[in-house]
Design a protein around this ligand. Structure first.
Ligand code: NAD
Ligand code: GLY
Length: 361
């Protein structure tokens, strides 16, 4: 199946389980003088044979392997990628292939965006989260001590190649984290998507192959449409951050990698729905349906309780704030959310106070 992001000269195709020759598609969509594959130690271990095939079949290809983990998505690792890339002596027509989850996609994409003022790259996502979300849309970044993804760029890939066979080796916790990002689309993708996801979420979480492919397809269609309208998040793209104002704060406060991104998003979705309810944003008729949809979510275990004020302070360091104020993406109807400004701190704190007690296991 072929989808696409339409952005004039920066448009690109996304293939999902396409029965086509990968090498041919790479050469057609992203011809390059050299291919630099970037992955991590875990994926390099599992997919050693796969990588050997790529190295044999892609002209002038090399491999850069970085340490595995969100905590390595930082400037130090980025520097090491750039050092190794310079050692390979590529020109501006070289291309990077990001082979991994969202961490690899984000850091390899960022390296591609700044190396020699920008070279092409390809996304080959291997986690569910990266397949439904991070491999599409061109957001690239590394984390900084001050907050999540605070150093980055918009740099669209030339091709996204999704093969759900990679999910066979993904462990349960990571798979469920990816389901967290799928759940996000239920609240922003319209009523039909809300119905599809809430009706099938249980089976998607149980790895039903057909439903998972359908969920990936629907998620990407929604994302591609939004990115096509607002590539650099000056408006409607912010909807894709549903649950993320809370989520980024949870990730920061627990230390990157402790709570997985998709797990933090799951908790962020719960908080966003509760906040919308508390501030009377959801139309009464729909409130109970939206609220009961939260039952489908698989709550992760959180390490320990922190104060709601500490979470709120962490939120203030997020890049989504404007004029010192926090923006929240909150549901207003089935499958529909809006960007809400000036939410009263008191309401945010009371949602957090209320939620934390039920999250501690
Ligand atoms: P990840 O990249 O850390 O991957 C999760 C774990 O799974 C890692 O240990 C990895 O080595 C392992 N793994 C990956 N593929 C595997 C496979 N096929 N088999 C076995 N193990 C495999 O985490 P993630 O959840 O994919 O991505 C999270 C990151 O994505 C965060 O940094 C987040 O900020 C970013 N993100 C970016 C965007 C965007 O639009 N750019 C959107 C959402 C999330
Ligand atoms: N994951 C949010 C975005 O791509 O905009």
């Amino acid at each position: 199946m072929k989808l696409s992001v339409s952005l004039a000269k920066r448009s690109y195709p996304i293939f999902i389980n396409e029965n086509a020759d990968f090498y041919q598609l790479v050469l057609e969509n992203c011809p390059a003088t050299k291919y630099i594959i970037i992955t991590n130690e875990t994926i390099a271990g599992i997919y050693e044979n796969h990588l050997s095939d790529w190295k044999r079949n892609l002209p002038n290809s090399s491999l850069i392997v970085i340490a595995d983990g969100e905590k390595y998505k930082n400037m130090r690792t980025l520097n090491s990628i750039l050092d190794e890339t310079f050692r390979l002596n590529p020109d501006r027509k070289a291309a990077i292939i990001a082979f991994g989850g969202g961490v690899i996609g984000d850091i390899a994409g960022f390296a591609a965006s700044i190396f020699l003022r920008g070279i092409n790259y390809i996304q080959v996502p291997t986690t569910l989260l990266a397949m439904v979300d991070s491999s599409v849309g061109g957001k690239t970044a590394v984390n900084h001590n001050s907050g999540k993804n605070l150093i980055g760029s918009f740099h669209q890939p030339k091709l996204v190649w999704i093969d759900t066979k990679f999910l066979d080796t993904l462990d349960e916790r990571q798979y469920l984290a990816g389901c967290g990002e799928i759940a996000k689309y239920a609240y922003i993708g319209g009523k039909k998507t809300f119905d599809f996801i809430s009706e099938n979420f249980e089976n998607i979480c149980r790895r039903d192959k057909k439903l998972t492919v359908e969920a990936i397809q629907k998620s990407i269609e929604i994302k591609a449409e939004i990115v096509g309208k607002d590539e650099t998040e000056t408006g409607v793209r912010a909807l894709l951050n549903f649950g993320h104002t809370f989520a980024h704060a949870f990730e920061k406060i627990y230390g990157y990698g402790t709570l997985l991104h998709g797990e933090a998003v799951t908790l962020g979705i719960i908080c966003a729905v509760k906040l919308a309810e508390r501030t009377n944003l959801i139309k009464k008729k729909r409130a109970s349906i939206i609220k009961s949809s939260l039952k489908m979510l698989k709550k992760p275990v959180i390490p320990h309780k922190v104060t709601s004020n500490a979470i709120y302070r962490a939120m203030l360091s997020d890049k989504k704030k404007a004029d010192g104020k926090l923006n929240f993406i909150l549901p207003v109807a089935l499958g529909k959310s809006q960007i809400i400004k000036n939410v009263d701190k008191k309401n945010v704190i009371s949602v957090l106070d209320e939620e934390f007690d039920s999250w501690i296991f």
